[in-house]
Structures are given as C-alpha cells and as structure tokens.
Design a protein around this ligand. Structure first.
Ligand code: DP6
Length: 312
C-alpha cells in the first residue's frame, strides 16, 4: 500500500474554461498558492476490482474511473482500492479535486513504480482535474502554455503570505467546475474577453509575486476573481456560487483594505471567501471575519509544500 498527501491550492489568477480537444487543457493560464493547513490523504493498493472509498464511504466517481481508464491506456495498472479523505469540506469550492488528483497520481506513481517526474505527475493530474496539476507543487505555482504541466515559480518561504478561508457553507456545490466551465464557454458573451485578458493578468501577478508587491498582487488577483464571477453570472443559466456569508465577507475585506490592512479576497466555484494577507495582518483579518454572523468558521493557513508520499 502507498499513502500520499496533497494540499489544496487557491488560484490567484483563475482557470475557467478549457481548450477544445483532449488532455483537459485550460483555456487560460493560472497561478496559485498551495495551502499547508488543509490536506487530502489517499492510499492505493492492489484490489480485486477498482474500489473507491471517499471520506469513509464506498462511492462511485466517474471522474476517477475515467482517469484510471486514461492511465491504463499508457501504463499497466492493476485494479486498485483507493481510499481518500479530506480534512475540509468536499466539493464546496475548496479545491478538493485539486488535492484529490494530486494525491492520487502521486500515490499511483509510487505504488505502480511508474517512475514519473513531478512535472509528469502534474501533467497526468491535470487530466483528472486541471487545478490538480498545481497541487503537485508547493508555494507559488503556475500552470500555463506550452506544456501545461505546473511549475513552481517560488517556494513557500519566498513570501510568507497567509490565507484565511471564511467557510460560509459545507454543502456540496450544485454545478461542478467542469460543468460550469462548459456552460460559460458555450453561453457567456464575455468568454472571449476572459480568455484574451488572462495572459496579461498572469504576467502581472508573477511580477508582483517576484517583487513581493502586495498592492499590485491584490489588484490583479481580485480582478481575476471578479472577472471569473462576472463570466459565471453572465452564463446561461447563471452560475451563482455566492451566498449571504460570501457577500458579508467580501464587504468586510473591502473595509479592512480601506483601514490600510494588506488583505485581498478571492473566490472559486463555491461560497467560501479566501482572504489572502500578510503575516502581520492575519490576526486582525481573522478576528474580523470570525465576528461575521454568516461565517461558520475561519480556517487559518499558510503556504505549504507539494504532494508527497508518506511512510505507512
Ligand atoms: C474556480 O480544476 O476543478 O477553482 O479541470 O474541470 O476538474 P476541472 O476543473 P477544476 O477547476 C478549478 C476552477 C477554479 C479556479 C482555479 O482553481 O484556477
């Protein structure tokens, strides 16, 4: 048996939409931070028939079955029991598929002795879920052309940003990211504008991170997140991932910015709000978010490492 752990990541420059054709190639480059405070733990072992246990319950997941079928076109992989669990809400906009496929591919590589490099593991993880390509690496991670294997831009120690996740719901989202992206690409009049402006945002964010320029990073990251949500809202049917708690948190973060704190907000395909801030701003941001009526809890995390196997 092999056990691997991986951490979710939060995109500061968002991926939303795919290129046509195979390989699950994103339509936009993205840039993320890997979070140490939340984790997926996945074990794999040879078994009579493929079996998936998700958070303690035997489950069926077509994305995982399709992923195994794809891998078996290239590698000799026996039937496997996959036992995977998250210590954070699953399918609620907290990147559980990112850490999930990163941990799974890392575990399969070791268990089946595939001998793949971290880049190649990332390329395979992307085919399961594109954001998973980024969770293979720690710190600040990009996913872009031409090869669409993720790359570590800077490790976690380069800039010790903190992320406070304001959890506003533990309920599984109604429309998955994969479905939502197809709907946006097919129906939003803003889709071309989204893909055309992504490369500039990606470059600005990389520059801001290189220079540890918080104000510039905040500006471009909030813009990328809000543009993605504008795209979602302009899809038919509209993809509304926000709830009352999300709006409360966004308003509070904006207030904290006006008070001069180094903090910005980003949201994914779910109602949780992630407040990215400097180490020194974190206590005040945490206190302010915790005091809001519709916030269930605040998870405080820092930047963390990539996926790895662990001894059993
Ligand atoms: C909003 O990686 O979950 O979190 O490739 O279809 O599995 P698939 O999508 P997924 O999408 C993540 C979208 C996002 C933004 C991001 O993480 O870049």
């Amino acid at each position: 048996m092999t056990v691997a752990i991986a951490h979710p990541n939060i995109a500061l420059i968002k991926y939303w939409g795919k290129q046509p054709g195979p390989g699950n190639l994103p339509a936009t480059p993205s840039l993320s931070v890997t979070l140490e405070g939340m984790r997926t733990t996945t074990s794999v072992e040879p078994w009579g028939v493929d079996t998936l246990v998700l958070n303690g319950t035997e489950s069926a997941d077509p994305k995982i079955s399709q992923f195994l079928a794809l891998l078996r076109q290239q590698f000799d992989i026996p039937p496997l029991k996959i036992d995977t669990s998250n210590d954070f809400p699953t399918g609620a906009g907290l990147a559980s598929s990112a850490s999930g496929f990163a941990a799974l591919m890392t575990a399969i590589n070791a268990q089946c002795e595939l001998g793949l490099s971290a880049c190649a593991i990332s390329g395979w993880a992307r085919q399961g879920s594109a954001s998973a390509a980024r969770s293979v690496f720690g710190g600040f991670v990009s996913l872009g052309a031409p090869n669409w294997e993720a790359k570590q831009e800077f490790d976690a120690s380069h800039w010790p940003l903190n992320v406070l996740v304001a959890v506003t719901s533990d309920v599984r989202k109604h429309t998955s990211s994969t479905q939502g992206m197809t709907i946006s690409a097919n129906t939003s009049p803003y889709f071309n504008a989204w893909t055309e402006t992504a490369a500039d945002d990606f470059q600005s964010a990389k520059d801001a991170i290189r220079h540890k320029d918080f104000e510039s990073l905040a500006k471009v990251a909030e813009h990328s997140s809000m543009k993605m949500h504008a795209l979602m809202l302009s899809s038919q049917p509209a993809l509304i991932y926000w709830n009352a708690g999300s709006l409360e948190a966004l308003a509070k973060i904006s207030e904290l910015q006006s008070d001069g704190l180094d903090v910005f907000a980003t949201m994914d395909a779910g109602p949780q709000v992630k407040a990215v801030c400097t180490e020194s701003a974190a206590p005040a941001v945490s206190e302010a978010l915790n005091a809001l009526p519709n916030i269930l809890r605040v998870v405080h995390t820092r930047l963390g490492p990539g996926a790895t196997t662990v001894a059993v």
